[in-house]
Design a protein around this ligand. Structure first.
Ligand code: ZN
Length: 446
């Protein structure tokens, strides 16, 4: 298939469907997938029967609200039960061509199975996002994401199907990756936001100026929140002289759920694949579009393992208004993981809020570590940062400035700010960084 490279849309009809038409298609697919799940996945048969709901109850999109939620625990509890793929799967194993699995960072890894059609549609959606950020067949693309088990690995096929020249980087050591960037002069790279930033710093320290010596024009980031934090995105863009775009995938569904466009105002979600709801994290009450809550996804077209009302654990809001880019699919704004949020003096704090402050401050490197702990049965947080070598201020002055900036932004001061010299924090891991340490109730764990 040859496309006009000047057309900004990968699939113009789909991407600009009037919402009424888009919702009509969603309803058709919703009816089909709920029926398919009920008839083929033992878990849904049981849970719908227990809840007294039937697939025929779906007459409008809102009728999904009658159906029970599932979450990560549902996946874990049903995995391997009755068959290898478990009770949420709706096809026999011979129809499955691929599984990815989650990292298991919050428990037993869960797998996500795909039929051939599921997989092809996943990659077509990925091509759509690549095209959306301006990737064209004459681009050279480095896919610097883990290929082993991780759902982001196969996304490279979406770039190949688009016609770009693809280099399967995986998790190469930094020196080798910089060699690839210098020698082959690729124009687009995808990695995690913390690694994009660290790689830029490493390049500078090894005498390579990413702006002059490399040819990277666009950087895709995912896997952490940084790409949706303006200050972090700007910091990466400044080092590389490139545009940064945030993408969002879920190991439970696929690697191509949502992506930024040139407006960089939220991430367009593939509403032809995913029906989005937002709910109150405590009560489960349905919220209106625009209100902040937990995002709940229903997969509309994934047959190997349909997810009906899956609580993602991500906190955010959806904006269904038409974007300035012309696309009609809604945009999600993600604030963070429900599990990462902590409460200090009755204020909900996301690590991303703290990151935004740290990345905006002058005279510090931007590296940080957050510690959450308990004193007198009250949550407190402390922040560790690094002072730039050429910053003439004392550590006390720097700590006071950061503390005041955090108070201004979040509303609650940190219990302390620890200032390290440049390179003093051990947070520069390859590809994905651990920046939040929760020390609460540690004595009970021990
Ligand atoms: Zn847009």
């Amino acid at each position: 298939m040859s496309r006009d490279i000047n057309n900004k849309f990968w699939d113009e009809e789909l991407e600009t469907l009037p919402r009424e038409e888009l919702e009509k298609r969603q309803l058709e697919d919703l009816k089909e997938i709920v029926k398919f799940a009920y008839e083929n996945a033992p878990y849904y048969k049981r849970s719908f029967d227990e809840a007294g709901v039937k697939p025929e109850d779906i007459k409008t999109l809102k009728d999904i609200q009658k159906f029970p939620f599932i979450n990560k625990k549902t996946q874990r509890d049903t995995q391997g039960v009755g068959s290898f793929l478990g009770e949420l799967a709706a096809v026999p194993e011979e129809d499955v061509v691929f599984i990815s699995t989650s990292s298991g960072s919050t428990g037993v890894p869960t797998m996500s199975p795909f039929t051939k059609k599921d997989f092809d549609e996943f990659q077509d959606t990925e091509s759509r996002w690549f095209w959306q950020i301006g990737m064209r067949p004459n681009d050279r693309y480095v896919h610097a994401l883990n290929f082993s088990l991780y759902v982001g690995g196969p996304d490279v096929i979406g770039a190949q199907n688009l016609g770009a020249l693809c280099i399967w980087g995986g998790t190469l050591p930094s020196e080798r990756l910089l060699f690839v960037l210098k020698t082959y002069q690729p124009t687009v790279i995808w990695t995690s936001p913390s690694y994009a930033w660290q790689l830029g710093e490493k390049a500078l320290k090894s005498g390579i100026d990413p702006k002059k010596d490399l040819n990277i024009k666009k950087i895709i980031v995912a896997g952490e929140l940084g790409g949706s934090i303006d200050a972090t995105r700007k910091a990466i863009e400044d080092i590389w002289g490139a545009e940064v775009y945030d993408f969002y995938g879920l190991s439970d569904i696929f690697g191509a759920c949502a992506a930024m466009c040139e407006a960089k105002d939220g991430l367009h979600i593939a509403e032809n694949h995913i029906l989005v709801e937002t709910i109150d994290i405590h009560t489960g009450e349905i919220l209106e579009p625009g209100q902040v809550g937990e995002l709940v996804f229903t997969t509309l077209r994934k047959h190997a393992r349909p997810l009906i009302r899956f609580r993602t654990g991500d906190i955010g809001r959806i904006d269904n208004t038409k974007c300035s880019c012309g696309r009609t699919h809604g945009r999600i704004h993600i604030l963070g993981r429900k599990d990462d949020m902590f409460i200090v003096s009755a204020v909900n704090v996301f690590p991303s809020d703290i990151e935004a402050v740290i990345r905006e401050q002058d005279g510090i490197t931007g590296e940080y570590l957050i510690r959450i702990f308990e004193r007198d049965f009250t949550n407190k947080y402390a922040v560790e940062i690094e002072k730039n070598a050429d910053n003439p201020k004392t550590d006390e002055q720097v700590a006071a400035e950061v503390s005041a900036a955090l108070k201004a932004r979040i509303g609650v001061k940190p219990a302390r700010v620890v200032v390290h010299p440049d390179g003093g924090l051990d947070t520069r891991s390859e590809h994905k960084s651990k920046r939040v340490i929760d020390e609460r109730n540690l004595e009970y764990v021990i």
